[in-house]
Design a protein around this ligand. Sequence first.
Ligand code: XMP
Length: 513
Amino acid sequence: MSDIPATVLVVDFGAQYAQLIARRVRQARVYSEIVRHDTPLAELLARQPAGIILSGGPESVYGSWAPEVDPALYDAGVPILGICYGAQLLTRQLGGTVAHTGRGEYGRTPLTRHRPSALFEDFPPTVTDVWMSHADSITEPPPGFEATASTPGAPIAALHHAERRIHGVQFHPEVVHTDRGQQLLERFLFDVCDASPTWTHTNIIESSVQAVQSQVEAGRVLCALSGGVDSAVAAALVHKAVGDQLTCVFVDTGLMRAGEGEQVEETFRKQFHVDLIHVKAADRFFGVLAGVTDPERKRKAIGETFIRIFEEVARDVEDARFLVQGTLYPDVIESGTRDAANIKSHHNVGGLPEDMAFDLVEPLRALFKDEVRAVGEELGLPEEIVWRQPFPGPGLAVRIVGEVTAERVAILRAADAIVVEEVRRAGLYRDLWQSFAVLPAVRTVGVMGDGRTYAYPIVIRAVRSDDAMTADWARLPYELLERLSNRIINEVDGVNRVALDITSKPPGTIEWE
Ligand code: XMP
């Protein structure tokens, strides 16, 4: 994505804040990228940013690790907005005072404005609520700066130097709890930076298509489709760019959700006319899973079998030199920075066979998940694919506790389809991060009609989450739970009990294995 007209760089002092800010800027249709705080100034300026936002962060400007920016940035003539830590940092670096006043603020607080500011241009004259999270406070603006607003705990909650186009806010305009936070960011982007809202879905698609075309030229491209949104959107984009040069491979592991294989056929072969190799490999996967109960061994067996099959297919596609990967922007930002504690080996089925010499094509590398979905919709992918909840690479195998057999998978798939159908009918499917069925391979006693039953339970797992790192169990309505229980027991042979998982993450994980 080289020739993006207006770019706003977000200098990262704490990943969680920076990502949210970049997403908000992009919501305003201005392209935004996150850069490390130690990026050399010359490199920042070489990007010719329309503006720079200094993010919030967990540190105090007086902390032992207080990251800074090169002070020459403030004289570069680029509009700057400092948020929270970013505002304190620019205050201190430009000669103002930040103090431990002992009056930190956390949560919603009323903001009173004292002077006009470009940022508050269309705000109503009354007090608005903003979201605060700070221990230190700005007590003295730098020379030439004016304080423009305050809150009960922050005598200087906003400040600016209008001519130098440098602004700071102690509160967080990027969070939804700040009234008109998005509006404030837009005033910075459009009035202070004079940026144009050019980052539209059509432009995203056009620039991706161009980038793929110039990378691939006349080469052949392979793409492993999983049925999930990322690989589907990546495939659709690459197909738009290079048409028949793309071959998609869909390996049906026999561990997919109900209807996934059919959906992939329908969408890619029939609607998009993509060259699609559909490998029906359920028997092979059930073969390697026979007798395996350990979760990590399951994952490994599935991952290796997948790669083997993919290699076999790839060998038959002549001159395939490129492989599509559905890498997203948050993966790019976080690779290398995140603690590598390996809680589960998240073997991404559909991942890169390590010893195969492919060049990677990553058309989603610059996109957040919501942008991937919007692009998918724009490209005409069906709603079921674009809004499908995440699904683990090893599929239903890691939702069966115990040995994976064809019979258990069939039971679980049928129960899961009921969960999906009912959650959709209740209007909750998009709100929930995931909602699915789990089959612990134990049997319990029940009574149906006049007879005793001895069958499997199904556990319903539904969670809310933003990024799967933490999750809260979803409070599903009783009526929905009642329908799920009735339907699963009545419609799925082999099930006589339904339970609900009410564990958050941590301490639980979202999946059961
Ligand atoms: P856990 O269970 O660790 O899952 O809380 C977090 C998120 O990751 C998904 N998940 C996987 N995704 N391969 C994947 O591609 C895997 O092996 C895998 N295991 C878990 C899970 O569905 C949840 O969204």
